[in-house]
Ligand binder design. Structure first.
Ligand code: PRP
Length: 191
């Protein structure tokens, strides 16, 4: 049985650990320091995109040493209709206006870029002071729409990853690190 650096067993549905808990922790600390320096003297609004970004956001905000608020948005997964309109459907919007605010959109992963491309345009249209994107994972080989990622944790290969907020069929989000899902799990479902 494979054991992660944090002493956690590799989930039986997974092939291996791609990014360990220690590596995630170190990266989150580094990103928190960078953000705190870059926004010194300003006030931040971190916007986590549900559900995947919840765990990353929770860890990241605790590494930020400047005044910071956070909130969440939820968007529909990209279906055929949103692809043709180029817009994601917002299922939960921010409860307050963002005019004049410094926003960082926090994501667990940028894959095709369709979600973030659309969301960044949407938030930019609300007259904020600035909008930047922070993602834990970037899978550039899958990109369809360009996304300018200002804060990036790890560039990963085109493998199905779960854990630390990322799911397959809403499962595995609570794994403490990033693991590669065994293809048999989604092949069995005909995907
Ligand atoms: C994931 C991720 C991003 C989006 C990225 O969310 O959290 O929001 O997909 O993919 P894209 O770059 O191809 O648009 P998902 O729809 O899986 O929902 P979840 O966060 O609730 O798991």
């Amino acid at each position: 049985m494979q054991i992660t650096k944090g002493g956690y067993k590799v989930h039986p549905d997974c092939k291996r650990v791609l990014i360990s808990e220690n590596e995630i922790r170190a990266k989150v600390m580094e990103l928190g320091r960078r953000i705190s320096n870059d926004y010194a003297g300003k006030e931040l609004l971190m916007v986590g995109i549900l559900k995947g970004a919840m765990i990353f956001l929770a860890d990241l905000v605790r590494e930020i040493s400047i005044p910071t608020q956070y909130d969440f948005m939820a968007v529909s997964s990209y279906g055929a209709s949103s692809k043709s309109s180029g817009k994601v459907r917002i299922l939960r919007d921010l409860p307050c206006g963002v005019a004049g605010r410094h926003i960082i959109i926090v994501e667990d992963i940028v894959d095709t870029g369709l979600t973030l491309n659309s969301l960044a345009k949407d938030l930019n249209s609300r007259d904020p002071a600035s909008v930047k994107i922070c993602t834990l994972l970037d899978k550039p080989s899958r990109r369809i729409e360009p996304v300018e990622i200002y804060y990036k944790g790890f560039v990963i290969p085109d493998e199905f990853v779960v854990g630390y907020g990322l799911d397959y069929s809403d499962r595995y989000r609570n794994l403490p690190c990033i693991m590669v899902l065994h293809p048999k799990v989604y092949m069995d479902k005909g995907e």
